[in-house]
Design a protein around this ligand. Structure first.
Ligand SMILES: NC(=O)c1ccc[n+]([C@@H]2O[C@H](COP(=O)([O-])OP(=O)(O)OC[C@H]3O[C@@H](n4cnc5c(N)ncnc54)[C@H](O)[C@@H]3O)[C@@H](O)[C@H]2O)c1
Length: 391
């Protein structure tokens, strides 16, 4: 206990105690043991508050465990994703989870290493880990599916080639989800081309409601927020009412039309006269080309930021996000002229209970219509290219 009181005194009783007190069931033991030590009462009070607000949450989850299946768990994104998931970043600090990590046979040895590291973190929320190359076993009773596994686009590779290679993977996964996952399973598709892969998956899982399938557009959303915030020296969360329309590709339309900074329009704060030129010549192309710029710089596709976006999109879908607009790739019901049945980026609002709705009645200018139209055209051509997979 000396160690704890020393850490407490030095760091004001909060951060140091995470290490000392966050050791599973022993948190309680430490706490009761602290009573009666020579700790200054101020620190004891801080500890009590900390225990109530944080340690209790992390060490005594009360909810029924849920199963999260992750494909491509040994890949680049998977490596960044698994640890965030296990820490509670996606489903919350009181939600215990079983993690089902699914990989291809050749990657099982690498997956073994990832699982070893995951165990070495001793995450209190993780109630079990399954590593498998059998997708039926991996998706059995899944409550959530994060579909990362696919082939990433390599330097200079055409999107159409990637589409053909990856389409088959998502056809199979859709069928398996339909057969063995819970009918309430929520799926986030990360593997590219994410929107069309999501379309294929949902088509092949007809017993699961199509609103339970979303493609990841959150990385594009966060990239746009970050660029817009940087330009005016603000924090990304200061900007609201921003969204990205269309495909997760270079045709996407990151749209600042409705964006606000502390209630004032972004456009006005920027300067009405200068906004259009910057928006068209800098902002939109930078966000559209960000993925390619990262491949160019790193020699491989974005990984940590993609993992963060998958966690954030699924988290906000499940738990809500204080009324802010999100971008999610979801099935169009024909809103804003986007053909019914395509999976497209839309501005959405979430209710904190697992439901989302497209933001309604936004006025659309001819500039927006043109931008959205370009991306929709691409989505339609992708759909045509995989028509034989849409059963
Ligand atoms: N939507 C987005 O914003 C976004 C952003 C970045 C990357 N991505 C995409 O995410 C995907 C993964 O990227 P990465 O960098 O992790 O690639 P990676 O090659 O490092 O890892 C992919 C992993 O998936 C596994 N895999 C392939 N097919 C599988 C299957 N059928 N079942 C289970 N596992 C399978 C591979 O063995 C590999 O370990 C790529 O398609 C990439 O283009 C999407």
């Amino acid at each position: 206990m000396k160690g704890i009181s020393r850490v407490f005194s030095r760091r004001g009783g909060v951060r140091g105690a995470v290490v000392a007190a966050g050791v599973g069931k022993h948190a309680r033991y430490y706490r009761s043991d602290l009573v009666g030590t020579n700790l200054h009462s101020r620190f004891q009070l801080q500890f009590d508050r900390f225990y109530e607000s944080r340690v209790k949450e992390y060490t005594q989850p009360t909810k029924t465990p849920v199963t999260v299946a992750v494909t491509g768990a040994a890949g680049n994104i998977g490596y960044a994703l698994m640890f965030r998931l296990a820490s509670g970043a996606m489903l919350g600090p009181d939600q215990p989870i079983y993690i089902n990590a699914i990989e291809l046979p050749f990657a099982m040895e690498a997956l073994k290493g990832v699982i070893m590291e995951l165990r070495d973190c001793a995450f209190p929320l993780v109630k079990g880990i399954l590593a498998t190359d059998d997708a039926e076993q991996g998706f059995e009773n899944a409550d959530y599916a994060l579909l990362v596994g696919s082939k990433p686009r390599s330097k200079g590779q055409e999107r159409s080639d990637l589409l053909k290679e990856n389409g088959g993977i998502f056809e199979t996964i859709g069928r398996i989800l339909n057969k063995v996952a819970k009918k309430t399973c929520k799926t986030t598709v990360v593997g590219n081309p994410a929107n069309t892969n999501c379309l294929i998956t949902a088509h092949n899982a007809p017993d699961i409601p199509s609103e339970n399938f979303s493609s990841m557009m959150r990385l594009d959303h966060d990239r746009g927020l970050a660029q817009a915030a940087l330009k005016l020296g603000h924090d990304p969360q200061d900007i609201t009412e921003f969204a990205v329309w269309g495909n997760h590709s270079a045709t996407m339309f990151p749209d600042l039309t409705y964006a606000r900074l502390f209630g004032e329009t972004y456009r006005h704060t920027f300067g009405n006269k200068e906004f259009d030129a910057w928006n068209e010549k800098e902002f939109i192309p930078t966000v559209q080309q960000r993925g390619a710029a990262i491949i160019e710089a790193r020699g491989s596709s974005s990984a940590a930021s993609a993992a963060n976006a998958a966690i954030a999109q699924t988290r906000d879908w499940v738990h809500g996000n204080d009324g802010r607009w999100l971008t999610m790739g979801i099935k169009s019901g024909g809103e804003y002229g986007i053909p019914e049945g395509l999976w497209s980026g839309f501005p959405v609002e979430v209710d904190g209970e697992g439901n989302y709705a497209i933001v309604k009645d936004l006025p659309i200018s001819s500039f927006q219509e043109e931008q959205i139209g370009k991306s929709v055209k691409e989505l339609l051509s992708e759909r045509d290219a995989v028509a034989e997979l849409l059963h």
